[in-house]
Design a protein around this ligand. Structure first.
Ligand SMILES: Cc1cc2nc3c(=O)[nH]c(=O)nc-3n(C[C@H](O)[C@H](O)[C@H](O)COP(=O)(O)OP(=O)(O)OC[C@H]3O[C@@H](n4cnc5c(N)ncnc54)[C@H](O)[C@@H]3O)c2cc1C
Length: 619
């Protein structure tokens, strides 16, 4: 242990993860907490970290209130519809009413925004999306965070939250290690804002072997945002609501600009509109939800999946018509160059010119996120002016642990935030965290050296395990006394894939499969005590795996609890194939007892606040 230096930092606001939400939180914390010590800790380097690392071509959440384009209520209705009724409307409304101001700051900071030449407004890709030249989106928001923080720590992975030993259920900071130096870092902090992104690679990806990193979602998003709070007993919500994406095959290039701006459309291998074919069958499963406009994302996936199972694949995107227009052809290619260069490379390597060949689409493996067309994450307090009592406990975006806040993919129940909404939610969380400190709620926090030392031993244990166990390697990487992070990851992915509704079963699961999945996950957890790391990079992999495994347990517990198929196309409960509004028009909330490791689950009412508020105003 002596070879790993321990470095201490005491601060007021600690931001874990410097992605979109983390940079927003760091920026806003300085605005409200002029004299406070604000630290941001990032696993990679904030200039190019998180889901926006490579850039984006569109900001997917902008109301346009200055031009009367949309109002927050409209966005709440849109997100609610897309998530089959299940969202926290207070959180969604709160984000939507502030998101435009965030986008205006991006504009001021130099993000190149496309403008409609006739109106001078931001150029719309769709009702909610505006188009940008966004290759440098991430460095631009990172600069705002760098100018705001007392210090940004790059290359440090946070592995555990510290808890206050003076007052129960209060956070005391976080610990982690530097992946380059091997130093152990202790951040004692009055508040912690977790903004560590979502989770890829908990389900087996379609691309395996050397292509394994080619997933739709960033491969470095490893579920820390969920594992950190779950481990200390924070409540989580909607963790069953994993997302499956319909994207261009193999490169996972985005389809939004294609559908919305280029007006391309999909068809089956026989050139038919297959979505229509599945209308009656879908209506049987979900009732009138199939008649909603726009069709919820999961239901469009459902038609795709059913058509493929029925032998109608491959499914194609019809690009050959739109690409005859030179302007649209340019937009089609630039769309990838600004955010998913890999898709252009895949097409080049497969001799696909979308002007002459309609490219194939696929449905991805499932991911866990809180900011896209899905809303898994932490159960947080809403804002005081909007939230009903069940949804409010003092500080906006505070988890059920005092002083612990969340934003972006971390926060559950509020879908369709995207990049701008995640940054906005970071700002909201930071404002509340500063207020929490000013209200003296963080006074007297006690974190003993013992707590810090115990974590130090636990964090570096995989290095020790490998040191000893490498002597027993029988061949290649096989040892009877340790498992490597990649071996553990592949085992986790198979369990999730085969038992919890991954691609192996066409997203199908049931109570018995989930029960078996939970047993296998429990054994994996036991074996992960023996994970070995040969260097600091593998140590990061070991901790990423542990966070993924804990996240997976929570996802599986939630999937088991919700006895209906709420989102066909994201996953199916074969033993409860229908949407069941009588029993399941509710949010699911879980808590893992940190002492026993056992999960308990409950139903919480979903309130349709927008309509209720409108009724109040009218009366
Ligand atoms: C493929 C893809 C395409 C998208 N396209 C669009 C689009 O076109 N338009 C749009 O507006 N939005 C888009 N989004 C959504 C947008 O990217 C997300 O909503 C947003 O990035 C979420 O912000 P976040 O801060 O929660 O997560 P991220 O931005 O992913 O940030 C999480 C950060 O936490 C760090 N981290 C993780 N674990 C740890 C740890 N243990 N310790 C320290 N740091 C850690 C990560 O390195 C990362 O920097 C897209 C998302 C994806 C995945």
């Amino acid at each position: 242990m002596a070879k790993h230096k321990t470095l201490y930092e005491d601060c007021d606001v600690l931001v874990v993860g410097g992605g979109m939400a983390g940079t927003g939180a760091t920026f806003e914390a300085r605005h409200w907490g002029r004299d406070m010590k604000i630290i941001c800790v990032e696993k990679a380097n904030i200039d190019r970290s998180g889901a926006v690392a490579q850039g984006l071509y569109a900001i997917n959440c902008y109301m346009g209130m200055q031009w009367g384009e949309n109002q927050p209520e409209d966005h709440v209705r849109y997100a609610r519809n897309d998530l089959m009724g299940m969202v926290r409307e207070d959180l969604g409304y709160d984000m939507a009413r502030h998101v435009d101001s965030t986008v205006h700051m991006f504009d001021e900071w130099g993000l190149p925004m496309m403008k409609n030449e006739k109106t001078g407004r931001y150029l719309r890709e769709g009702k909610w999306q505006i188009m940008i030249h966004g290759e440098s989106y991430k460095p631009i928001v990172a600069e705002a965070a760098k100018k705001s923080a007392d210090k940004i720590y790059n290359r440090i992975m946070i592995t555990h939250l510290l808890m206050d030993e003076a007052q129960e259920n209060r956070v005391g900071g976080a610990v982690g290690f530097n992946m380059r130096t091997g130093d152990y870092h202790v951040f004692r902090s009055k508040t912690v804002i977790v903004a560590a992104g979502g989770a890829s690679h908990i389900f087996k990806p379609r691309a395996v072997g050397e292509g394994m990193g080619r997933t739709w979602y960033a491969p470095w998003s490893n579920g820390s945002a969920y594992a950190l709070p779950i481990a200390v007993g924070a409540k989580m919500t909607q963790m069953e609501n994993r997302i499956v994406l319909c994207r261009f095959k193999d490169g996972y290039g985005p389809v939004g600009a294609y559908f919305l701006h280029l007006k391309t459309y999909t068809q089956n291998a026989n050139g038919e509109n297959y979505e229509k074919k599945w209308y009656d069958q879908t209506k049987e499963l979900v009732g009138e939800y199939i008649d909603h406009h726009p069709t919820p994302t999961c239901l469009r996936n459902h038609a795709f999946i059913q058509e493929t199972i029925a032998g109608g694949g491959p499914i194609h995107m019809v690009t050959t018509e739109a690409f005859q227009d030179p302007h649209l052809e340019t937009v089609g290619w630039e769309n990838f160059l600004g955010m998913t260069v890999g898709q252009a490379v895949v097409w080049a390597s497969q001799n696909i010119d979308p002007k002459y060949t309609n490219p194939e689409l696929t449905t991805s493996e499932p991911y866990v996120m809180g900011s896209h067309a899905t809303c898994s994450g932490a159960w947080v307090s809403g804002p005081e002016d909007l939230s009903p009592p069940e949804y409010f406990w003092g500080y906006n975006r505070m988890l059920t642990i005092d002083g612990l806040f969340g934003a972006g993919d971390t926060v559950g129940g509020s879908a369709h935030k995207f990049s701008s909404g995640s940054f906005t939610e970071g700002r909201l969380a930071a404002k509340a965290a500063v207020k929490y400190i000013n209200d003296q709620k963080a006074d007297g926090i006690k974190v003993t050296d013992k707590q810090c030392e115990d974590f130090k031993v636990a964090i570096f244990k995989p290095l020790e395990t490998y040191q000893v166990a490498q002597n027993e390697i029988t061949g290649g990487t096989v040892s009877p006394s340790y498992i490597s992070p990649i071996q553990g990851l592949q085992r986790l992915q198979r369990i999730m894939d085969e038992y919890v509704g991954g691609i192996a079963t066409n997203y199908m699961t049931n109570g018995n499969m989930l029960k078996r999945g939970l047993e296998l996950l429990a054994w994996l957890e036991e074996d992960l005590e023996k994970v070995g790391a040969e260097d600091l990079h593998q140590l990061m992999r070991a901790w990423e795996l542990k966070h993924r495994a804990l996240t997976s347990q929570c996802v599986t517990e939630h999937t088991m609890f919700r006895e209906e198929t709420r989102w066909p196309g994201y996953y199916y409960r074969g033993d409860h194939m229908k949407l069941d509004d009588d029993n399941w028009h509710c949010l699911t909330v879980s808590r893992r007892d940190p002492k026993t490791g056992k999960f308990s689950l409950e139903k919480v009412p979903v309130y349709h606040i927008v309509e209720e508020n409108e009724k109040k105003k009218a009366s």
